[in-house]
Ligand binder design. Structure first.
Ligand SMILES: [Zn+2]
Ligand SMILES: [Zn+2]
Length: 183
């Protein structure tokens, strides 16, 4: 039992992202899964060839692949960027996870926008970053999208959906994490 409890989550900045600004939220997202967060201050440069000029966004799949070299053993890797990212089927995405490879990507570009038109405050932004980092990590720990709109693992199509979520996993997802971790 507890054989996977030492899995580490490597937190890696991409581009000019100021990772220290959201460190508490990113570490809390890793700890939600009982993992030890490991911060890497060496940033990965965003590549011009990963940028889609007509969309003015980075190709999330290509950026995600840049993280693969940092994946070791059972550890997971999450890269964070302030650049706007996309996959071909969607206008934008908050993040992307490759479950097979154990790497995930989070973009704060759309998390720093606001809905509805309220005074933005950093605690709201911080909570969004925590929720979406925890969402992408949830995929890496085997969770699929959840139909409970208040669960971190529900799919967010808009910032409104992100704000609707509670900063926690529903009881179903939580029990799945425990099953996956401790069987
Ligand atoms: Zn998802
Ligand atoms: Zn759930």
């Amino acid at each position: 039992m507890f054989k996977k409890s030492r899995i580490k989550v490597l937190i890696k900045p991409l581009g000019d992202f100021d990772i220290l600004h959201f460190l508490d939220q990113l570490e809390a997202a890793a700890r939600l899964y009982g993992c030890e967060p490991e911060l890497s201050l060496d940033r990965i440069s965003l590549q011009d060839e990963d940028y889609n000029v007509s969309r003015q966004q980075y190709d999330a799949t290509k950026v995600l692949s840049r993280l693969l070299e940092f994946k070791k053993n059972d550890n997971k890797v999450i890269g964070i960027t302030s650049a706007d990212i996309f996959v071909p089927s969607l206008n934008f995405i908050f993040g992307l996870a490759d479950i097979e490879k154990g790497v995930a990507l989070l973009s704060t570009a759309r998390l720093t926008s606001f809905w509805p038109k309220i005074e933005i405050n950093s605690s709201l932004i911080n909570e969004r970053v925590f929720k979406e980092a925890a969402h992408e990590l949830g995929h890496l720990f085997g969770l699929a999208h959840c139909y409970d709109p208040f669960c971190i693992m529900s799919f967010a199509n808009s910032i409104k959906d992100v704000d609707r979520k509670l900063p926690m996993l529903c009881s179903d997802c939580l029990s799945k994490v425990w099953e996956i971790k401790y069987i």
